[in-house]
Design a protein around this ligand. Sequence first.
Ligand SMILES: NC(=O)c1ccc[n+]([C@@H]2O[C@H](COP(=O)([O-])OP(=O)(O)OC[C@H]3O[C@@H](n4cnc5c(N)ncnc54)[C@H](OP(=O)(O)O)[C@@H]3O)[C@@H](O)[C@H]2O)c1
Length: 165
Amino acid sequence: MVGLIVARSKNNVIGRNGEIPWKIKGEQKQFRELTTGHVVVMGRRSYEEIGHPLPNRKTIVISKSKRYEGENLQTAGSVEEAIALANGEDVYIAGGYGVYREAMPFADVMYITEVDLEIPDGDVFFPAFDADDFTMTTGETLGDEVRYTRTVYTRRTNKNKEKIP
Ligand SMILES: NC(=O)c1ccc[n+]([C@@H]2O[C@H](COP(=O)([O-])OP(=O)(O)OC[C@H]3O[C@@H](n4cnc5c(N)ncnc54)[C@H](OP(=O)(O)O)[C@@H]3O)[C@@H](O)[C@H]2O)c1
């Protein structure tokens, strides 16, 4: 199973100046719950922002310039290679832009949190996708100062699945 997890603003922003442009108490709980015990794949910049492998998960960093190796930490040169390295374990794609774009054809399900903010000066966006390829269900709306809504996009048919090595 390949899942993709993202939180995006109303104008599709996911990053600004190398950071997530909001801090919302409780918003990352879903990420932790879904990914714990599984494999998380992220781009080099996102990994460097966090600065360490995530606890109780295997982290695979996508990079062509650096290698990160250690306990529960590996590096792959592409999303396809990362999925192959996961060896059939559940994989969660955690961004940023290029990683989401490359992973999208492989995603069985996308957990998209819609954050009720406009971010005018964002510099990283969630890539466009064809909503017709997915069935969307809307979950809870949460948050006090900033509201956010959980949505789940489940692929109708995964035509590209046979491409996974
Ligand atoms: N809102 C959210 O849910 C969310 C989630 C994740 C990240 N973010 C935000 O997004 C921003 C970071 O995203 P980003 O797009 O700038 O960087 P990124 O994807 O985290 O990292 C980019 C680097 O990853 C490697 N890479 C990415 N795609 C690749 C591919 N298809 N094949 C091979 N290598 C690839 C390259 O590393 P090398 O240069 O080493 O080859 C590239 O320079 C930050 O602001 C972060 O806070 C937000």
